[in-house]
Design a protein around this ligand. Sequence first.
Ligand SMILES: *Cc1c(COP(=O)(O)O)cnc(C)c1O
Length: 393
Amino acid sequence: MIPVTKPFLPSEKEFKSYVKSIWERQWLTNNGPLVNTLELKLKEYLGLNHMLYVSNGTVALQLAIKALELSGEIITTPFSFVATTSTIVWQGCKPVFVDIDPETFNIDPDKIEAAITPQTSAILATHVYGTPCDIDAIQQIADRNGLKVIYDAAHCFGTRYKNKSIFEYGDISTTSFHSTKLFHTIEGGAVFTRQPDLLKKMALMRNFGYSGVDTFSEQGINAKNCEFHAAMGLCNLPHIDEILRKRKYLSAHYMLRLNKLDVQFQKLQNIDDYNYAYFPILFKSEELMKESMQKLELAQIYCRRYFYPSLSTLPYVKNVAMPVCDSIASRIMCIPLYHTLTLADLDMICRLLLRAQNSDEGKALESKHFGMLIADQIESEINTEPVKVNGSI
Ligand SMILES: *Cc1c(COP(=O)(O)O)cnc(C)c1O
C-alpha cells in the first residue's frame, strides 16, 4: 500500500531520551524547557526572531485574527484547507472569496481590489502547496486600502522568498506542524510576526491572557503546546535538510518521468526556495483525474483530492461561483510524496499514470512548466548517490 503521505518518524531511541528527561524534570507543559528549546532552534533554523509555538495550525489562525482585532469581511482564497475559511467564520468574520490564479493556484491579486468594501478588514491568503503568493502585489493592495495581511503558511516549512523565510511576510504568518506536514511535532503550529507588540499580545493570548500571578491583561485562550510534542520537534529538526533534499529529488524524478503526461503542474516561482511539500497534478478534466485515481487505487496507491471541494461551496458560507477555483479543485489531485517513497514505487506510480492516459514515449508533449527546469537543474544530483533518510531508497 502506498499512501499519499507518511509522517517522518525519528528513531524511538532519540525520542525516548527526551521522554526520559521529561520524567526526570516532571515538567509536562506550560512553557517547559523543551518547548523553549524548540522555539529557539526553529528561530535559528528559519533565520527569524519572532515566533510562538502553539498547539496547532488552526489555533494559530484564530490567534492571528483575534490579535489583529479583525471584524467584518476578510478577503480569502477558496483554494485551501478548510481551516482557512472555517477559522474566519469561527472568529465571527465573513469570508469574501477571490478567485485564484490558474497557474500558481494562489489567490489572484488582480481580482482582490474589486472585492474590497468598507467592511473589509484584512486579506487572509494561503501559500498553496508551499508556493508563495504574489506577496508584493498583495502588500501593495493592503497598504493602499488600509488592510491587514495574514498568510496561512501551513504548507511552507522551508520555503523562502527573497532570501528570507516566507514566515516573515504579512502582518502575521501562521503555520502547522501537524504530522502530515513536512516538519511536524505530532500536533503543533506557530505564529510569526515582525511586530513586537503583536508578538507580545499573542504570547499573552496563547496562555489565557496571564500576565502575572492572578493578572489577566488580555482575553486569552489555551493555545500552548507541551513537552512531548516539542520533543518530537527536537528529534525531527536535525533531519529536516535531508527531508527537504529528498523531496526535491523525488519531485524531480516525478517531473522527468511525467513529462509526457498531458497534465499541468503548479507554476513554481523560484525552484531553489521551494520546499516540495506536495506533488499536485492538474488533469484536463475531472473524468480523467478520477480515472487515473481509480487505476492507481487498484494497485493500492492512494492519491488525494487536495483541495476539493472549493471552500466557497461550504454549507456555512455564502456560496459564490469561483470559475477558476471550481474548475481546478475538480481536476486536481496530489500523488504520493514522502521521504521513504522508493524510486521503484515512484516508477510504478508514473507508469500507471502514463498507462491510464495511454501515453508513451512517442507522444512527447512540449514542456510548458517548470518541471523540466527543476529536473535539468538537479539531474546531476539524480545521477549521484541518493539521499538516505532512515534507510530508505
Ligand atoms: C494543515 C493546515 C491547516 C491546519 O493546521 P492544523 O495544525 O491541522 O490545525 C490550516 N491551513 C492549511 C492550509 C493546512 O494545510
